[in-house]
Design a protein around this ligand. Sequence first.
Ligand code: FPP
Length: 245
Amino acid sequence: MAEYGNETGRLAPPRHIAIIMDGNGRWATKRGLPRTAGHKAGAETFRKIATYCKDIGVKYLTVYAFSTENWKRSETEVSAIMALLKKYLLEAVDTMERDHIRLHFFGDMTPIAPELRALARETDEITEHLSRDDFQANVCLNYGGRDEILRAARRFAADCAAGQRRPGDLDEAAFSGYLDSAGIPDPELVIRPSGEQRLSNFLLWQSAYAEFYYTDTLWPDFNEAELDKAIAAYRGRDRRFGGVK
Ligand code: FPP
């Protein structure tokens, strides 16, 4: 494990890392396996990387598990991803309290199967009992950045119509409070494995000032050393937030 200390700020990891878990299909195809085998391996990588993030002091890890566009995939593939999520949620229900891992979902859960939705509610309830200082994994499920912004805008408009808010009151902080990520700091680092260099509708609002890190490694092959490399690259960046130094 790399030496990460946070008292002096020296080598401190980012507080919030977001990852587009890409390349599962190609990883499987390269091995002559069905795409679903890639998702299975990718889910194990998620477990490994979440544990490592917690160990090195990252506070939030947000992963893109299923986008609003992923419904276009075959029914077999969609069902396999949902089954994996169910398996990991069942495991989380039993272990998150013991391991001090908070779990939260971003995305529109309305079209998600009732059983999976109930499990997500259960993990949310467990999260409520855990300390805000505990590590938190956010799983984006039926998530799209534009959809998230639209849902937030609708909720704000409804509050205005109900007389609870006034349009003139809306600023960035207030709008952030309507997003799925309400109360969670923006990611400092967004990682996309598998060689693709695009955002694919991921955390559009939240990654306004994020540093991006791309690697050719496919997500199932991503590991702790790869995360160390991404963090080292992030630490070498000159973050100016639109200002000058
Ligand atoms: C992108 O790779 C990956 C997905 C759309 C699914 C990710 C889902 C999991 C890893 C499983 C469940 C997650 C958790 C958190 C337990 P791709 O299929 O687009 O790969 P390709 O570009 O090589 O085809």
